[in-house]
Design a binder for this molecule. Structure first.
Ligand code: PRP
Ligand code: MG
Length: 212
């Protein structure tokens, strides 16, 4: 029988590790060991359960209400687009979404633009607003290759240091959005567990070095 009050979904990878460090500053995430192969951690002291899942799945767990809270990048929130609350900007994992391609590549034109991306929804929504017709080519990684080999005209992807673009002779053609990690909440959970969630928010804010 579980006696957890809250369940938090953490994104695997670099972001998850940074989020873990932040949670740990205020003694949240006790008993969480990201080096283990476990996917569920029970912090009995705080009565919080953690799930350790793929970044794209954090939003799904929170939307379905299986997790009350989630820590995930804005990129995944935009791509999965659902009815949830964004409670806090964690000011980590800062980067941007950009359209990139070979130098001189035109983005806006009469014909459909071929766009390679891991984020088809973000690309579709963005270009729809700009009234530019596109053909989306969904890839699962290394998208910078696509314009180099003629699979696409441009890419829509995350740019952090710009190293991957530079290493492949590509450049930013247009910046789209700034992104960073967010604390998200299931809407029903927020209604019924408001006090507990606000306590977690307070502790995270203290961890960030802010007063709340
Ligand atoms: C991400 C992203 C860019 C790169 C941006 O790729 O898709 O390619 O990092 O970072 P940079 O501007 O600092 O180079 P990732 O390494 O996650 O691999 P993937 O695209 O193959 O999934
Ligand atoms: Mg990449």
């Amino acid at each position: 029988m579980n006696n957890e009050i809250l369940t938090i979904a953490l994104a695997k990878g670099r972001l998850g590790k940074e989020a873990y460090k932040l949670l740990n500053k205020t003694n949240l995430a006790n008993n969480v060991d990201l080096k283990s192969r476990k996917l569920i951690f029970n912090d009995e002291l705080n009565r919080i359960r953690y799930f350790y899942v793929k970044p794209t799945d954090v939003v799904t767990y929170v939307l379905q209400g299986v997790a009350d809270l989630g820590i995930v990048g804005k990129d995944n929130i935009l791509e999965e687009a659902g009815d949830l609350y964004e409670l806090l900007d964690l000011e980590m994992g800062a980067c941007k979404f950009s359209i990139a391609g070979k130098k001189g590549q035109r983005v806006y034109r009469d014909e459909a633009l071929k766009v390679a991306t891991k984020y088809p929804n973000i690309a579709k929504n963005y270009f729809k607003e700009k009234q530019q017709k596109i053909e989306v080519i969904k890839l699962n990684g290394s998208v910078e290759l696509a314009p180099l080999v003629g699979l696409s005209d441009v890419i829509v992807d995350i740019v952090e240091t710009g190293n991957t673009l530079r290493a492949n002779g590509l450049e930013v053609l247009e910046d789209m959005y700034s992104i960073s990690a967010k604390l998200i909440a299931n809407r029903t959970s927020y209604r019924f567990k408001k006090q507990e969630i606000e306590l977690v928010m307070k502790l995270i804010a203290i961890g960030k070095g802010e007063s709340c």
